[in-house]
Design a protein around this ligand. Structure first.
Ligand code: SAH
Ligand code: SF4
Ligand code: F3S
Length: 445
């Protein structure tokens, strides 16, 4: 390994979901052991890696435009190595190398461990593509050290077996594989040791987590929540078809498991849900929502909605709008349908125009903002437990943190980073709550 003074630098740009952020941390760790220090600024880096997403056309385009922007940097510094990893790399493989002449390296979602060796080959002038198909048997041991941050992400499972009609994830991330619970617990403990107080467990569908020893997700949650020194546990994402009463009981019963559930519906009409191959009806979805609300009335429910799925009629869309009224989501991510490679939906008839999709998305988002604002205003006067993260990005002189339900809370205060405080809410806004600290309840670790 090189001496610190001579250390090379790597800049990693991460696109897409939290699972990619986790992989980027792991990659940084692998490359650090190989003599590459992290660089904030791509202009000063010897190696630039884009960890990519392919979930929607727009996500893929962002990667291509970033790659285009790197062309002149490469021209000025021919020694610079540029690599592309993650879901778009897995999807495109050798095509990426053919289409982007200034690219040196393409690696897939199941090839992180090989990256240091591939980089060495690229340095020696050999352009490489390594995108092995993710297999059920291969689940690389992931990070145990991790960066010293207050909030840690820990991937508990890889891949997805659901094959929703619109989704590329099973093709680029491979089949579902659960990490052994013992390994996850070790990793969480190491992150707590390094300063983490909150952990978010990640998977495309954590409800179908089952490790080789038979530990299921509620049991894993219970064990993670018991790790000494850890204050808060969250998780994402839950597939509605697999959300069990036991999981809801565990969430409600475990003090350290936060009352926040991300439960994507995708659509409000049974016809569209069936075409999407989601495996539940509107009513089955609503029954799960009611169970969550009953068990955790203070909790927050989130969702994802796709508008403009092929064949979605005005009446189907109206049913999605009515779903918003019935569920009253605390937070919602919404997207225009986009055709993805390999998927069933790309071959369906009844594709909708960009105009129709844009109009529906706009209508949905306007209504959801009103709902979120009303929910936040109803919290005025309440007292929320907040884990303080640091200065608020946009609030001058304000600190920010998250409530148990995951809402952003801003308040005046200093030197409270890493503490759990009680904040009285004075104003509910669309994107945050504004309040004042009433007590500092920081627990002993
Ligand atoms: N595993 C998660 C979703 C991961 S992808 C789940 O099942 O809930 C994140 C979100 O992207 C999805 O919930 C969906 O709303 C959206 N999405 C996926 N494919 C899409 C496509 N082809 N077009 C538009 N949105 C899509
Ligand atoms: Fe995609 Fe469906 Fe799997 Fe989620 S559950 S990752 S939407 S295939
Ligand atoms: Fe994107 Fe891959 Fe995540 S496609 S959403 S980065 S699993």
């Amino acid at each position: 390994m090189s001496s610190p003074a001579a250390a090379k630098k790597v800049h990693i740009a991460t696109f897409g979901c939290q699972m990619n952020r986790y992989d980027s941390d792991r990659l940084a760790e692998l490359l650090a052991a190989h003599g590459y220090a992290l660089a904030e600024d791509p202009a000063s880096a010897d190696l630039i890696i884009l960890n990519t997403c392919s979930v929607r056309e727009h996500a893929a385009q962002k990667v291509y435009s970033q790659l285009g922007a790197l062309k002149s940097l490469k021209r000025r510094r021919p020694g610079l190595i540029i690599g592309v990893g993650g879901c778009l790399a897995q999807q495109e493989g050798a095509r990426l190398l053919e289409n982007v002449p200034h690219l040196d390296l393409v690696f897939g979602t199941d090839a992180l461990e090989e990256v240091p060796a591939l980089v060495d080959e690229a340095v020696r002038g050999r352009r490489r593509v390594h995108t092995p198909r993710p297999r059920r048997a291969t689940l690389a041991r992931t990070s145990v050290a991790g960066p010293g941050e207050l909030k840690a992400l820990v991937t508990v499972m890889q891949g997805c077996d659901n094959y929703c009609a619109y989704c590329v994830v099973p093709y680029v991330r491979g089949p579902e594989r659960s990490r052994p619970a013992g390994e996850i617990l070790e990793e969480v403990a190491a992150r707590v040791e390094a300063g983490a107080r909150e952990v978010t467990l990640l998977g495309q569908n954590v409800n179908s987590y089952r490790d080789p020893a038979g530990v299921d997700f509620p049991e894993l949650l219970r064990r993670v929540a018991a790790v000494p020194g850890l204050w808060r546990v969250r998780f994402t994402t839950s597939h509605p078809k697999d959300l069990s009463p036991r999981l809801i009981e565990t969430m409600a019963g475990e003090e350290r498991v936060m009352e926040q559930l991300h439960l994507p519906a995708q659509a409000g009409s049974d016809r569209v849900l069936a075409a999407m191959r989601r495996g539940y009806t509107r009513e089955q979805y609503l029954a799960k929502v009611r169970a969550f609300r009953r068990a955790m009335p203070q909790g927050a429910l989130g969702g994802d909605i796709i508008v403009g799925f092929p064949g979605e009629s005005e009446e189907d869309f109206a049913q999605t709008m009515r779903l918003l009224e019935e569920v009253r989501y605390d937070f919602l991510f919404s997207f225009k349908y986009s055709d993805r490679p390999h998927t069933v939906a790309r071959h369906l008839k009844g594709k909708l125009s960009e105009e129709v999709k844009a109009r529906r998305l706009q209508e949905l988002q306007v209504r959801q903002r009103q709902i979120t604002l009303a929910i936040h205003q109803a919290l005025e006067g309440s007292v929320q437990e907040v884990l303080v993260e640091g200065p608020a990005k946009r609030g001058q002189g304000l600190m920010t943190g998250r409530s148990r339900a995951g809402r952003a809370v801003n308040f005046p205060g200093e030197e409270l980073v890493g503490r759990l405080v009680m904040v009285r809410i004075e104003q509910g806004r669309v994107n945050s709550l504004l309040g004042r600290v009433v007590t500092d309840t920081t627990r002993e670790v």
